[in-house]
Design a protein. Structure first.
Length: 93
């Protein structure tokens, strides 16, 4: 993508072949290699920092998740409960 615009705006004949091959290498390094290297570094840092939760912490997370599921289920149920009569009025079944 970068090379398309580079060659579109600059005349390739003006650049020595060694120069733009070096730029291609720098572009590949900047666009592909460096982000992958940073991602691997960040991922390994995250894995080193992570710890397995103890039983108490796991139970708290499980309870919070269960309560969230129940709340979302009730909200969906009541929305559907209100939607059915409104739909019947609009459609006229």
């Amino acid at each position: 993508f970068f090379f398309f615009f580079f060659f579109f705006f600059f005349d390739v004949q003006e650049l020595p072949p060694l120069y733009y091959s070096k730029m291609e290498k720098e572009g590949i390094n900047e666009v592909l290699i460096e982000p992958l290297r940073q991602f691997a570094k960040d991922s390994s840092h995250l894995v080193k920092k992570c710890t397995k939760p103890d039983r108490k912490e796991f139970m708290e997370i499980a309870k919070a998740t269960g309560i969230g599921f129940l709340i979302m289920g009730f909200i969906g149920f009541f929305v559907k409960l209100v939607h059915i009569p409104i739909n019947n009025i609009l459609v006229g079944n």
